[in-house]
Design a protein around this ligand. Structure first.
Ligand code: FCB
Length: 458
């Protein structure tokens, strides 16, 4: 049984990022990124791997476009590696790097696939980090110059631009919790980083529009559905705090031109800001950040149910037994996807929303007869696509959905231990094998609708 059709023009795609798939880390003039640098530190990446080879997409991109054709998708979200284009993050562009993306974009267009290009998917050039990284306002200028270089070169053909991927992760995981590159633990710096990421978005959008006539530009943020574990005032306040620091800290400046007052007060109370007068927010910054975007990109994976810890801070309360979680330890909660999409529409009224990532890591069994059976991923995709469909019916201006990810890849600090792909990758031989989820997604794309019953693949 097939559910109702998605609207005409709705785009189904897949997503990847440069650092996670390209490999060829030291080829053709590419410079070091913060993730290359951190991966070399003992203990930073779980399996001690790095992304120097990853999926070898730099050499195998033609084969990877063939996989996309097999899926029948009409859009592909990828990122340009900042240090491949500008090895030290600024100065003269690396022609070989630009030429690679030139060929990739042409290849996609020949295959009838619309490129959605992310400029910053976490791979800040290491040389810029050594000059202060995202904590420094100079990095805002460097990002705008990088956006200019890439959009001058590709803006005649690329018409969908995403400035940043998930600023929360770069700011909080990278600068407050030290779990992601560049691995720092300084909450005050993390807030400065978040501001500079947002500001560089606001400054880059007009540059993209100038270089890419008629383009659409936006930013991708991770949105988590936050619920209190009980109706107690303390738990509800813990949920408010998490929603404030995780979701609204980014969504409010982008759509309302202000940081959320309650979340600012939380940071003052915790000593991360001296007062509500934030010193690194200069006159005019908030107006710049609130530049009207053409779409909001969101990545949705799971929800968070929280209670108040001893100091009132949110503490996660597991809702499902471990065997029901994904390999990342994330609960499968499609209703949260619907809730997030409708909430964003209600609270922020974006012109359009693209789901720029959604997917699940499960340990897949080995291939047999050239196929990998991954029923849990099929179910994840099916239930989330049905939630997306319901959200559209409820009035959400959802224009596209990108499954994360085309193929298994280098999952940051988790290395190669977490597999999100529709295609399995043997990282030794670099062979790609379709999983049942690839077949499922191909059927969804072809029908422009989602099966309402669980498909049985033999
Ligand atoms: C997102 C990232 C993406 C990938 C998925 C699993 O936060 O944007 O690169 O790591 O999570």
């Amino acid at each position: 049984m097939i559910g109702p059709s998605f609207p005409a023009g709705f785009r189904f795609g897949v997503a990847t990022s440069a650092q996670q798939i390209e490999g060829a880390a030291r080829e053709d003039g590419r410079g070091e990124s913060v993730w290359d640098h951190c991966a070399a530190k003992p203990g930073f990446v779980k399996d001690r791997s790095d992304a120097s080879r990853a999926c070898d997409h730099y050499h195998r991109w033609r084969d990877d476009i063939a996989l996309m054709r097999e899926l029948g998708i009409s859009a592909y979200r990828f990122s340009t590696g900042w240090s491949r284009v500008l090895p030290t993050g600024e100065g003269a562009p690396n022609e070989a790097g630009l030429a690679f993306y030139d060929r990739l974009v042409d290849g996609l267009l020949e295959a009838g696939i619309t490129p959605f290009l992310t400029l910053d998917h976490w791979d800040l050039p290491q040389a810029l980090d050594e000059k202060g990284g995202w904590g420094s306002r100079a990095t805002v200028d460097a990002f705008v110059a990088y956006a200019d270089v890439v959009s001058r070169r590709l803006g005649d053909r690329v018409k969908h631009w995403i400035t940043h991927n998930e600023p929360w992760c770069v700011a909080t995981l990278g600068h407050e919790l030290g779990a992601h590159a560049p691995g720092r633990r300084d909450p005050a710096e993390a807030l400065r980083v978040a501001h500079h990421l947002l500001l560089s978005h606001g400054r880059a959008v007009p540059v993209l529009r100038a270089n890419s006539a008629g383009c659409e530009a936006g930013l991708t943020t991770m949105v988590t559905h936050v619920e209190p574990a009980s109706t107690s005032a303390e738990d509800r306040d813990a949920a408010r705090r998490l929603d404030g620091s995780f979701n609204r800290w980014f969504l409010d400046p982008l759509h309302r031109g202000a940081y959320p007052a309650d979340a600012v007060a939380d940071r003052v109370r915790r000593g991360h800001l001296a007062s509500a007068e934030i010193p690194f927010v200069h006159d005019g910054d908030l107006r710049t950040i609130a530049v009207p975007a053409d779409f909001l990109g969101i990545n949705y994976y799971s929800r968070a149910v929280v209670k108040a810890g001893p100091d009132g801070e949110p503490v996660g309360v597991p809702q499902a037994p471990p065997e029901q979680l994904t390999e990342m330890g994330w609960e499968v909660w499609p209703q949260g996807f619907f809730d997030v999409l409708t909430r964003l529409t209600r609270d922020y009224a974006p012109k359009q929303i693209h789901v720029t990532e959604n997917g699940a890591a499960f340990a897949d069994p080995p291939a047999s007869d050239g196929v990998v059976a991954d029923p849990r991923r099929v179910d994840y995709l099916r239930t989330h696509l049905l939630a997306a469909q319901r959200a559209i019916e409820a009035g959400v201006p959802l224009a596209g959905y990108f499954a994360w990810s085309l193929m298994d890849n280098w999952e940051w600090a988790e290395g190669y231990t977490k597999r999100f792909g529709l295609y399995a990758v043997d990282f030794e031989s670099q062979q790609r094998t379709a999983k049942h989820s690839a077949r499922f997604y191909r059927d969804v794309v072809a029908a422009h609708a989602v099966p309402t019953v669980v498909p049985q693949y033999s």
